[in-house]
Design a protein around this ligand. Structure first.
Ligand code: ADP
Length: 298
């Protein structure tokens, strides 16, 4: 039998076991299957965007990976260890939808508190505080922070202790585009040489953050590969503004509260935003009107 050793350097390919193994896995709740026969292996550090519409099974995939849900059949391993084992859990951290940070604690004390729990040091707390770029906010109470600042702290918290695998469940859901891009930028900074699974239902976001995609369709694996393999025909975005405009430059029409814009692809979005800002348009939200994923899920 091959001896398994998980104390190899992060990002090393010397291990014989995949960093993440999901082999013919079916999993769900109270006997009802949500994931059916899903298989993939991750060997290389990168950001893997777990894509799928709401209800597809992304959170169920994360809970199964984290050892919270025991699969009905198949094998789930982290670094060669079964997902429910202590050795697997030590290699992984999981950001769920819930912050779980006490509102009354100052940010820096909250980070110290969690550092204590996970066995991280004061140096780790300082590293995370620096990376979070919170400045004076670190002495504020968590409850006084904005939604985006809270999420920054929550994301930072799971990076206190170095792990091989991080699961981030829709870290930018319900955020305005500026906050969302700050969170993505933070994840990119924190995640070097790590395996990150980052779930989203937005292909625009997926292209911004990652290069690899794990696409889940009705609980089945629809794609494990490069995001560039996801083909889309048209690219239509909608922009909601702070104030109603009599006339919106470059727009092709309106749908509900959203001004519509037809673009060649997501790469054109920053340019459009810059042009609109120059014209004094105050943007509240940018979203894909036809989520190109819908084409994929037909
Ligand atoms: P996603 O994260 O892609 O939005 P989920 O994994 O949360 O999808 O949900 C997939 C399916 O599992 C949905 O049909 C949902 O209703 C069901 N589900 C999620 N959580 C539970 C639960 N705790 N108990 C029972 N069913 C659940």
């Amino acid at each position: 039998m091959v001896e398994k050793n998980y104390l190899y350097p992060i990002g090393s390919s010397s291990s014989l076991s995949p960093v993440v193994l999901f082999d013919s896995v079916s999993s769900g709740y109270s006997g009802r299957k949500v994931l059916e026969n899903v298989s993939f292996q991750i060997n290389e550090p990168a950001i893997y965007v777990v894509l799928g519409p709401n209800g597809a099974g992304k959170t169920t995939l994360f809970r199964t990976l984290a050892g919270i849900l025991k699969p009905y059949s198949g094998k789930v391993e982290i670094g060669g260890y079964p997902s429910e084992s202590q050795q697997a859990r030590e290699q992984l951290d999981y950001l769920t939808h819930i912050d779980g940070i006490p509102e009354g604690m100052s940010v820096v004390n909250a980070l110290r508190f969690y550092a204590n729990i996970v066995g991280a040091t004061e140096a780790d707390v300082n590293r995370v505080v620096d990376l979070l770029d919170l400045g004076d906010l670190s002495v504020k109470r968590f409850g006084q922070l904005s939604q985006g600042q809270k999420k920054r702290v929550s994301v930072g918290r799971i990076f206190l202790k170095e792990k091989r695998v991080y699961l981030l469940d829709e870290p930018t859901s319900n955020m305005d585009p500026k906050m969302a891009s700050e969170i993505r930028e933070l994840v990119l900074r924190l995640s070097k040489d790590k395996v990150i699974l980052y779930s989203s239902h937005n292909l625009f976001e997926a292209r911004e953050i990652g290069s690899k995609a794990i696409v889940i369709k009705n609980g089945k694996l629809a794609l494990f590969g490069n995001i560039s393999e996801i083909k889309t025909e048209k690219y239509r975005i909608g922009i909601r503004t702070l104030d109603m405009m009599d006339e919106m430059p470059y727009s092709s029409g309106k749908e509900g509260d959203y001004y519509l814009f037809e673009l060649q692809g997501p790469k054109e979005v920053p340019g459009l935003i810059a042009k609109l800002s120059e014209k004094g348009v105050q943007i509240r939200e940018v979203k894909e009107m036809q989520n190109p994923l819908e084409e994929l899920f037909k």
